[in-house]
Design a protein around this ligand. Structure first.
Ligand code: NAD
Length: 356
């Protein structure tokens, strides 16, 4: 008897396709779902892409909504819901990064409509049943199977337009999911394997993409890594790293991918004191003596932002961020000590190497 692992179970529910130009299959994918009227979603910046998708859908396009916003503000979802009802859409096509995917998930949560996602970053949200939403400056998350998209179309041509700076931060954002999956309290051998595969793909693919941003083979490798990292994110509990980024993003409005890129080496170094063995795959893949320093060097080598202060927040926010991130207990390998978290944030603020 073959027993499906949690990783396989979730992966099997979702139709995942990779390939250059695969976005032109959108019409067939909508028909496959038994739907006829797709609402196409994007951010304002990716409006042209949404219109291209709408054209590819032909008579299966019901309308285009281009106001997706980072951290999924509830007021945008309510506005989109009105459009969805007015155009009588029977499915959702989200084409963009995590912000657009987030809007699609929020609409699916309200309506239970099927979703096709066409990711254009490495954030990985398309592979998780998790929805993060922001209301009155507070970000909350929920997990519900109806939020998980039915179809994911990974088209390397779409990430090839991702600016180099965002390629790096978004890739590190994906690696953060896999990094924390390595020590998750509810990890399995299958999730650990998937996390390692995700890290390997991104560590191999990102330098090649940086050298040649239009190298579609390398782009597909990074997308495969993002899918693996996103899938484990949906299957195991995250800890300190995601808690800090969630706090900094939701309460201080710092950009998602940059924040992940900066915090990752620090959070991993903090936890390596209690989970050195679990984190050994990181040094196996990247080299170096400790996982935190290996990630710091990798990020620096790729030209990633290193300092929170460059993202536009204020130093005074660090005290409040440390308070917010340590208010409620959550599972984490290394005990959470408020003063140590403040020291971690200060190092990340200044762009210094990890202090633990
Ligand atoms: P994003 O979707 O906000 O994109 C950032 C900017 O880049 C936008 O202006 C977007 O239009 C543009 N962009 C995206 N792809 C592009 C491309 N290929 N070429 C040119 N421009 C492009 O950023 P993100 O980091 O992908 O997503 C962040 C959001 O995703 C956050 O709200 C975060 O909370 C959420 N997220 C959720 C999960 C989850 O499982 N729920 C996981 C990861 C991220």
């Amino acid at each position: 008897m073959v027993v499906a692992t949690p990783a396989q179970n979730q992966a099997n529910q979702v139709r995942v396709q990779f390939g250059c130009g695969i976005r032109s299959d959108l019409r067939a994918e909508v028909a496959r779902l038994g739907a006829r009227r797709a609402l196409v979603l994007s951010t304002p910046e990716q409006c042209a892409l949404a219109l291209e998708a709408s054209e590819a859908l032909g008579p299966f396009a019901a309308a285009v909504y281009t106001k997706a916003t980072m951290h999924t503000p509830v007021e945008v979802t309510l506005d989109a819901l009105e459009h969805l009802r007015a155009c009588e859409a029977d499915c959702l096509v989200a084409i963009g990064g995590g912000s657009t995917v987030g809007l699609g998930k929020a609409l699916a949560y309200c309506t239970d409509l099927p979703q096709i996602t066409v990711p254009t970053t490495y954030a990985g949200s398309e592979a998780t049943p998790i929805l993060g939403q922001t209301e009155d400056g507070l970000k909350t998350t929920l997990s519900d199977p109806k939020v998980l998209p039915e179809v994911i179309l990974y088209d390397p041509e779409l990430v090839a337009t991702l600016p180099v700076s965002m390629t790096v931060t978004s890739g590190l954002n994906a690696m953060a999911h896999a990094g924390e999956a390595l020590y998750a309290a509810n990890r399995t051998s299958a999730t650990t394997q998937l996390a390692i595969e995700g890290l390997q793909s991104l560590v191999r693919g990102l330098p090649d993409v940086m050298a040649a941003p239009h190298d579609l083979v390398a782009r597909e490798l990074t997308q495969r890594g993002a899918w693996a990292c996103g899938t484990v994110l949906g299957q195991v509990g995250m800890a300190l790293h995601h808690k800090l980024c969630h706090t900094l993003g939701g309460s201080f409005d710092l950009p998602h991918a940059d924040t992940h890129a900066i915090i990752l080496p620090h959070a991993i170094a903090y936890n390596a004191r209690a989970a050195a063995q679990e984190l050994a795959p990181i040094t196996d893949i990247l080299g170096g003596e400790t996982a935190g320093f290996a990630l710091y060097d990798f990020a620096r080598g790729l030209g990633a932002p290193l300092a929170l202060r460059d993202l536009g927040g204020s130093a005074a926010d660090l005290e409040r961020a440390a308070d917010l991130a340590t208010q409620k207990p959550y599972p984490n390998p290394q005990p959470i000590a408020r003063d140590e978290i403040h020291a971690l944030l200060q190092a990340a603020w200044a762009g210094d190497a990890p202090v633990f």
